[in-house]
Every structure is written in structure tokens, then in C-alpha cells.
Design a protein around this ligand. Structure first.
Ligand code: PAF
Length: 280
């Protein structure tokens, strides 16, 4: 496995590769990321993982500075997963001049996480566009835990005609249900014990809809209240259509329930469950 830090060297290394599959990451890798590398092997002969903590997608005063930088451990995990190339640029390499040219995300990015993290998806689609242009992959793999991110990136690829197949990997969970996330490391021991409550709240919504409940607003509000009472600061619990992330109508059956909430003052967790059901 080669670890490359510059665009010029990466371009030299990838020149002539017939099928590149890219796994973009911000590092601090866990089994969820490694599952994306496993998927990437099915979509390319050369698997590239990028590691770059992208300042543009963090709010001022957010966790950019304390986001864990663990390049050595990450490379060991990627090597064990059979990754061929790691692209780990520094900020000067990715943003040699202030990034004035920004990509504007679609309207669907203004809701859910976009509503609570203004500018976040603009930062994401801008850096992902740069990574696509630098690596020129045939396929790119993203985790479904960041469900809205996957939706926004699919729209980016479609509307800006990137000839790249986007593959979404399933969320990998700890045995108690908590979705794996680099941010789980911020949780104290007590917070970690309570963290699966978010997943359980989403499961209750799914169960209620599958059992015939159609008052979506009431279901969302009930779980937001339950989480608040358990000590979370809730950004949202929301039912949406899988296809366009619009609120579902009574006959829509391919749904996703998404949630985002703060456990303590330092850790914002997100999760979601996709589900489909049959209406007679
Ligand atoms: O999901 C992430 O880790 C980041 O948002 C991404 C896609 C690597 C862009 O910085």
C-alpha cells in the first residue's frame, strides 16, 4: 500500500489504472469505514482511500480542531483491508489558495442536518468534487449512516455529470445497536451507555409505521420528547421518502427514519433506518 500526500504524485501513481474505487474519509477509521473498503474491492481493481479532515464542512467553533487525526493507525487498518493507495493531503495541498469556488448543494440539503449545520453540505460537496477530480475514480463508496450526505452526493454526481458510480454501504453497528462513528470516541462512559437510545427511538418509529400508524408528525414528536426527557438535545427525528428525502404521503412505502441529537454538550450523533413495507 502506498501513502501519498500530493496531488501530483497521486496522479502519477493512478495514471493508467483501469478501474479506481474511492473511499473518501476523514480518518479515525473504524469497522464501518473498513466495510466500505471491502465493498470498494468489488467495484475497482485499485482501491484508493482518502483521509482529509475538511475544514470547509465544519462550523466555526465546531469540532474541527479536536477531530481525531490518527494517520498511522488508519494506514495500518487500510493496509490490512487490502487498500492499494492512501491519499492523505494536508490543508495546503487541498486548499493552496482560499477556496472561493464552492459547489452549491441542492434544496434537499437545507433540511434535516443542513438546517442545523448551515454550510456543512456545501463544504462536503465542494471537497468531494475536488476529490473526484483529483482521483478520477470509476466508483466511490460512502456510508449510509450519513444518509443525507449520500443523497446530496448522488445529486451532485447526477447534476454535474460526474461519470462515477456511487455505492452506499450499510451502517455498521456495535452489538448494542449504536452506529459506528468517529465521534463515538467523544462520549464519556455514561454517555456511551445511553447512546443506543437514539437507534431505539428510530426503531420505535419504524415499528409504529409498519403497524399502520400514519400520523408521522405525532410519531416524530413522541420520540423527540422521549429523547429530550432522557437528557438528549434533539435536532430532529424525521420520516422521509428514501428517493428524495421529502416527507412521505400516506401511500409512500419506501421510507427512512432519520435522527440527530446531542448527547452531552460535545457529541452530536446521527443515525437512520431504511425500511419498506407493503400497503394493501
Ligand atoms: O463522510 C465523511 O467522512 C466526509 O463528509 C467526507 C465524505 C469524507 C467529505 O469530507
Amino acid at each position: 500500500m502506498e501513502v501519498i500526500h500530493t496531488v501530483a504524485e497521486l496522479r502519477r501513481r493512478l495514471n493508467g489504472e483501469p478501474a479506481i474505487a474511492l473511499v473518501p474519509t476523514m480518518g479515525n477509521l473504524h469497522d464501518g469505514h473498513i466495510s466500505l473498503v471491502d465493498i470498494a474491492h468489488d467495484h475497482g481493481t485499485c482501491v484508493v482511500a482518502s483521509i482529509f479532515v475538511n475544514r470547509l464542512q465544519f462550523a466555526a467553533g465546531g469540532d474541527f480542531d479536536r477531530y481525531p487525526r490518527t494517520l498511522e493507525e488508519d494506514c495500518a487498518k487500510l493496509e490490512a483491508a487490502g487498500c492499494h493507495v492512501v491519499f492523505a493531503p494536508d490543508e495546503k495541498e487541498m486548499y493552496p489558495v482560499p477556496q472561493e469556488m464552492l459547489v452549491t448543494p441542492p434544496k434537499s440539503a437545507d433540511q434535516l442536518c443542513g438546517d442545523f449545520r448551515p454550510g456543512h453540505f456545501q463544504g462536503v460537496v465542494t471537497v468531494v468534487s475536488k476529490l473526484f477530480n483529483i482521483v478520477q475514480p470509476h466508483a466511490a463508496v460512502f456510508g449510509k449512516k450519513d444518509y443525507q450526505q449520500v443523497h446530496v452526493i448522488r445529486t451532485l454526481v447526477k447534476q454535474l455529470n460526474f461519470g462515477i458510480e456511487i455505492i452506499a454501504g450499510e451502517t455498521i453497528r456495535d452489538p448494542d445497536g449504536l452506529a459506528m462513528s468517529s465521534r463515538n470516541g467523544y462520549l464519556t462512559r455514561e454517555e456511551r451507555a445511553q447512546a443506543p437510545q437514539l437507534y431505539h427511538a428510530l426503531r420505535r418509529v419504524r415499528k409504529a409505521v409498519e403497524a399502520g400508524a400514519r400520523d408521522h408528525r405525532k410519531l416524530e414528536e413522541a420520540e423527540m420528547t422521549a429523547l429530550s426527557q432522557a437528557g438528549w438535545k434533539v435536532d430532529y427525528v424525521a420520516l422521509r421518502n428514501q428517493s428524495d428525502l421529502a416527507p412521505p404521503g400516506p401511500r409512500d412505502t419506501d421510507l427512512v427514519v432519520l435522527g440527530a441529537a446531542w448527547m452531552g454538550s460535545k457529541t452530536r450523533l446521527i443515525d437512520n433506518i431504511e425500511f419498506s413495507f407493503y400497503v394493501k
